[in-house]
Design a protein around this ligand. Structure first.
Ligand SMILES: Cc1ncc(COP(=O)(O)O)c(C=O)c1O
Ligand SMILES: N[C@@H](CCOP(=O)(O)O)C(=O)O
Length: 468
């Protein structure tokens, strides 16, 4: 399997090179030349597999240049009960109204990012050792990618992490998870701006080809194909856990911001997983909901991006959306180039002619949730089911309830645990959320972070000095 760019300007590359590369040289995102197709026979064979076995089966279709025995070793070291809290890895629970919650947040940093990031940490270590190379990761986070990446990469030989986060906008718990790490290879940079400013800097660094080559810069954001492919696995597992047979169909409802999570769902569906609909749930930053209602994509600037109580989704320029649009426009890279030239000039674009295809061919639907909605949902799920959900998962549940059709099985992806967002949980329930073991007093630990304006040159100088 080889990888091409959404913008058409990259020689096809094997998996291992793609995952070290970050953004493609033409500024696009890497995608496989085609999606492997899973037939009924294969689905039947996969139904009883453990998470690690399933991860091996799915990922080996994409990581064809990694010897199977090595890949098996990587996934079996990654997906363990010690790391994810139970042998099931991603258990499901059913709410009284029939919604299914797919638990994805039982890893080390209490968010779904651990599902792919723990794999990526082990994969990087393996590939770098094989190639005798080092990697300096420059990433952007709105709260969860950062801590998941830092926990996965801390202390790993040959890897440094430079993580950009929006200054003062993550929850106190999220800040503490990242900024309290004292490992020498972890560098936290707070940017005076929002997540989109951080991501713009990451892309500017990636597009400075000389800097990127000089400092061997890679990424852990969902720009990185390995992140997306590792997320595809839990759509298969979630489907098997939520159904009794492969004759059934399910829909997934996905709290969305940078579009990486639901993009993995899109790929699972393209591979042949029986997915009826992919429901995109946004918070007040509703660029994606607007697109799936109207076909018009209007990414917004920082001034028009709201600070909300589901802060990890405070995103108005969804990086991964480009991968979906590539498929939507019939894999026409010239068209994607034209559309993203508009995005880069702050214009957005109109694909309303393709709106019917987003629904009928690709199964997308969407909805939006507000602060009042998430408080009401957190209260209702606590009252009716005795379960405390986090603010992002609450957005998903709210939207799933709004758009669900009679008889439709909807699996809501749990994207974080409530301990990360205690202020809003207290506002909703008048009590603290449960705090998993090992995090007591984390907010009181000494923190290490450097603050910059949203200035790519200043960030590059910092990286250069740290690596000197
Ligand atoms: C808790 C949480 N929920 C939802 C999202 C949105 O996921 P995505 O950016 O993949 O759309 C994020 C961030 O990515 C997150 O951290
Ligand atoms: N919500 C994310 C934003 C980055 O998303 P990614 O999937 O592209 O890494 C975060 O928590 O940082």
């Amino acid at each position: 399997m080889h990888y091409i760019s959404t913008r058409g300007g990259m020689q096809p590359l094997p998996f291992s090179d793609t995952i070290l590369m970050g953004l493609a040289p033409d500024g696009g995102l890497a995608l496989p030349e085609h999606y492997p197709q899973i037939g009924r026979e294969q689905l039947d064979a996969w139904r009883g597999l453990s998470y690690a076995e399933l991860a091996f089966e799915v990922i080996r279709l994409f990581a064809t240049d990694i010897p199977e025995a090595d890949l098996k070793d990587i996934v079996s070291r990654t997906y363990t009960a010690e790391v994810y809290g139970s042998a099931e890895i991603t258990p499901v629970k059913r709410l009284k109204d029939g919604l299914v919650i797919l638990e994805l947040s039982n890893g080390p940093t209490l968010a779904f990012k651990d599902m792919a990031m723990q794999f990526l940490g082990n994969l990087f270590e393996y590939v770098l050792a094989k190639k005798g190379e080092e990697l300096n990761i420059v990433g952007a986070t709105s709260g969860d990618t950062g801590s998941a990446a830092e926990y996965a990469m801390r202390g790993k030989a040959g890897i440094n992490v430079f993580m950009l986060s929006p200054d003062g906008l993550m929850s106190p718990f999220q800040r503490a998870q990242m900024y309290s790490l004292q490992d020498e290879n972890i560098h936290n940079i707070a940017i005076k701006g929002m997540f989109d400013d951080c991501q713009d800097i990451v892309k500017a660094v990636q597009n400075d080809h000389a800097f990127k080559a000089r400092h061997k810069v890679g990424t852990v954001n969902s720009i990185n194909w390995a992140r997306v492919v590792a997320q595809v696995v839990y759509y298969f597992k979630g489907y098997f856990n939520a159904t009794a047979s492969n004759d059934e169909q399910v829909s997934f409802c996905v709290p969305s911001g940078n579009f990486g999570n639901v993009c993995a769902g899109h790929i699972a569906r393209q591979m042949g997983l029986p997915v009826e609909r992919l429901i995109v749930a946004t918070n007040e930053n509703d660029v994606l909901d607007e697109f799936f209602r109207t076909g018009v994509y209007r990414p917004r600037g920082t001034a028009n991006t709201w600070v909300t109580s589901s802060p990890s989704m405070d995103i108005s320029k969804a990086s991964n959306f480009e991968r979906f649009v590539f498929d939507l426009v019939g894999r026409d890279a010239a068209k994607v180039r034209e559309l993203w030239a508009k995005v880069d000039s702050g214009e957005g674009f109109d694909l309303s002619a393709q709106l019917a295809a987003t629904r009928e061919q690709f199964g997308f639907a969407s909805g939006k949730s507000t602060h009042a909605d998430r408080l009401a949902t957190i209260r209702q799920v606590d009252r009716e089911d005795g379960v405390v959900v986090d603010t992002h998962t609450a957005d998903g549940i709210k939207v799933a309830r709004d758009v669900r059709r009679p008889g439709e099985t909807v699996v809501c992806l749990e994207t974080a645990l409530p301990a990360k967002f205690a202020d809003t949980i207290r506002e909703a329930l008048d009590r603290d959320p449960p705090r998993p073991a090992g995090f007591d007093g984390i907010e009181n630990l000494p923190q290490r972070v450097t603050v910059f304006d949203a200035d790519a040159a200043a960030v590059k100088d910092f990286i250069e000095a740290a690596l000197a």
